[in-house]
Design a protein around this ligand. Structure first.
Ligand SMILES: Nc1nc2c(ncn2[C@@H]2O[C@H](COP(=O)(O)OP(=O)(O)O)[C@@H](O)[C@H]2O)c(=O)[nH]1
Ligand SMILES: [Mg+2]
Length: 246
């Protein structure tokens, strides 16, 4: 990341307890062409995630308590906005556990940069076998298909690049791990163009221990909530409540 080079893209990384991988992820992200800002949102980590991210050159924003992935992404985008110059940067969201493989994320930016997509979603060419989390993937994919007609290859993939306009149109983001499912549905419904891009990224394999089970339980809950909130009847009521609160 060269301080005096003007790029057009900010990388936003939501991270919770990622001290083993965050430094490598930040360094790889900063080396991507056109990236001149890396923001890490340390979402109430109990480890050295924030300190290590800062030491690797990221701007770090910390949630003093854990608020979930969707909220962390909003915080990261708000921080990037404060550091925007005249033209708002595109936002490339990357998970914290990509490590060095994050340097392969460049193709996610291209379609957004050249205007052929408003949001890209990564397709990992080498999917690490994830014990059991296929159920949540199917729930998300089927829900997106039912509500929009579109079939997503890897609907929960968090590696995605958006124009600022598309990100703004996706507000408010669905809470927690419902964020990817919600964003995909909301942008498609508003007529934004989504492109899937195969990239050779890899992340930590989620195991089968109790932590992994808890993680999957949270994902299931959040994806189900994101879908429920977007059912037409519920969405109409939420829309009315929101407008009334303005
Ligand atoms: N903001 C936030 N991010 C989280 C939380 N839990 C996990 N993450 C991040 O979300 C991303 C995906 O999490 P990960 O554990 O790799 O899930 P998986 O890829 O679905 O197995 C990583 O960048 C994590 O650091 C959380 O509670 N809050
Ligand atoms: Mg992961």
């Amino acid at each position: 990341m060269q301080a005096d080079t003007h790029g057009d893209t900010a990388v936003i990384i939501a991270a919770k307890d990622e001290q083993d991988r965050i430094a490598a992820t930040v360094e790889a992200a900063a080396s991507l062409p056109g990236v001149d800002l890396v923001v890490v949102v340390d979402d109430g980590s109990a480890d050295a995630t924030g300190r290590l991210a800062e030491g690797s050159g990221a701007k770090v924003v910390r949630h003093s308590r854990n608020r979930g992935k969707g909220a962390a992404m909003e915080t990261g985008a708000a921080a990037a906005r404060l550091l925007d110059r005249d033209v708002p940067r595109h936002l490339l969201f990357l998970d914290a556990d990509l490590g060095e493989s994050a340097k392969q994320a460049g193709p996610l930016i291209e379609p957004v940069r050249n205007g052929s997509a408003d949001m890209t979603i990564a397709i990992f060419s080498e999917l690490v076998k994830l014990g059991g989390h296929g159920f949540v993937v199917r729930l998300s994919r089927d829900g997106i298909k039912r509500l929009t007609g579109w079939t997503a290859g890897q609907p929960l993939n968090g590696q995605r690049c958006l124009t600022r306009a598309a990100f703004d149109a996706g507000q408010p983001l669905a809470p927690g791990f419902g964020v990817e499912t919600g964003l995909t549905i909301d942008l498609l419904r508003k007529g934004f163009k989504i492109a899937e891009v195969e990239v050779p990224l890899s992340h930590r394999a989620t195991g089968t221990d109790w932590r992994a089970q808890v993680h999957r339980g949270r994902q299931l809950r959040d994806v189900a909530r994101a879908l429920a909130a977007r059912e037409p009847a519920v969405a109409r009521q939420l829309g009315r409540l929101r407008r009334a609160g303005r």
